[in-house]
Ligand binder design. Sequence first.
Ligand code: HEM
Length: 494
Amino acid sequence: MVYAAGACNHYNYFAIWQCDHSISLLHRNGFLHGLTSRHQILYKVHNVDSVLARPHHLVNPDPIALALFPKFFGVSVSPELRKDFTAFYKALTTAVERGFVNEAASTYAIQEANIPRRILSLLSFSENPKYQHGWEKNANVKIHSDYVEADLDVILKDFGGHTSIPMLYGQDFLKRHPTLLDDFWLFDGFALPFKALGIPEWVPIRPYQNALAARRRLQDALIGLYRRIDQYENGAPIDYDAKMDDIGQVAIERHRLFAQYNIPISDRGKFELGTLWAQNANTQPLIFWFILFVYSTPGLVEELRSEVCGFVPPLNGSNRTDSDSIDLAGLRNKCPLLKSVFLETFRVVSQPTSMRYIAQPMSVFDGRRHRHLQPGTWISVPHGGTQQDPSVFADPTSFQPRRFIKCDEKTGNASVGYGRLKPWGVGAGICKGRVLAEKQVLATVACCIMMWDIEPVNQDGWKLPGLIPTTAVMRPSHGVRVRMKHRSEVTQSM
Ligand code: HEM
């Protein structure tokens, strides 16, 4: 079974990490590649979306989850739960979907996060950790007379974490665990790849051991949280008198499901590590890449500012309120360039794969002939292949901000659609946080460009990092050091 697929930097090969501990390299020009007779990679297969769209019980994502929870997140699945796993997992993911794919609920979550006001104070203008925001402390902030130097990748991914995590677990959780994000990125960067390679936990590789210790701390933090949610829901005294009234509805609903299925509190926290990871692992690096492309592509930030300025709260201090709301529908539907750059960023930096279990015999057409998929086998569909296919996206190695904009010849109206891009996967296992993630990313980028000037510290201009493959959005091969200052319009209005 496959754990993940990603592209190497030079775009010709996919690395496929299998659960049988091997890594396979697949050339992009192939059609259908069989890794083993029990596992097929469906690459450049014409009707692949219709295969993935088949009913859940025929092309099934659940066995993947059942394998990943113990392997990566340390959950132990009891024999009783194993029997009920499909219903249990469906209920857990539906709870996420109700909060984060539903339009009204996801808009509410984003407005509550108050991104405009928080982006305005992205920097505290202090080098003293006592006065810094949580997201600044690892960004090596240096204050100069008219600008601040910082590590852009670090500050943005931790800022994103501070935006996202309270939507699930309320404000108290991160305050109570100020090093939670450090542990999260350690776990993401070092535990998952080693686990994917099948390295046993006893192997004394220091970064691996550190990352496993980080996983234990994350599990403990989430176990403590789910104990408090249990106390809150049952009207019992709450540990540390913690504030619980802003815990997200998704976490409350999942708590009720865990209780219904008799999952011990120690396992609830471990299951929940999967949600914490899904929520942050791709969203935060994507925001970094998006902002990097916007500022490093000549002229793009100015064009985007004039497009989005009517949809983010006014910069003028006297008009500012405590909860400035952002016009999310406007950003998503009336800002074609912003939306197109968002999709183009996805196309360049993300390599998602849909993995499924085949429960009934079926056949797929690979462009030459029909191939048969046997029941009891596995398929992986690396969507990233299409993203780099020149017959689908012309000149795929170049970053083209307007690539996804279509102009109606008669009306001249511009529209933007995902087309063949599948960053959220396809079918029953499609991402259950996609609407929230899209809104968060667009809102963060729109507010950032309206409020900040950012330029590279490097005198030779922007040096874009290479791409390190992961499960979807790739990680930068090195950090990006920048100079930041408020735009003059912002300074004047303060
Ligand atoms: C830019 C951000 C994100 C990207 C690129 C992304 C991408 C993906 C992809 C590719 C999948 C697998 C789809 C498939 O198998 O076909 C997935 C699954 C999932 N995602 Fe996301 N995701 C993002 C953000 C989020 C957020 C914010 C959440 C909220 C918690 C979330 C929750 C989930 C869940 C629960 C699943 C498993 C769905 C299932 O098994 O039914 N994701 N995501």
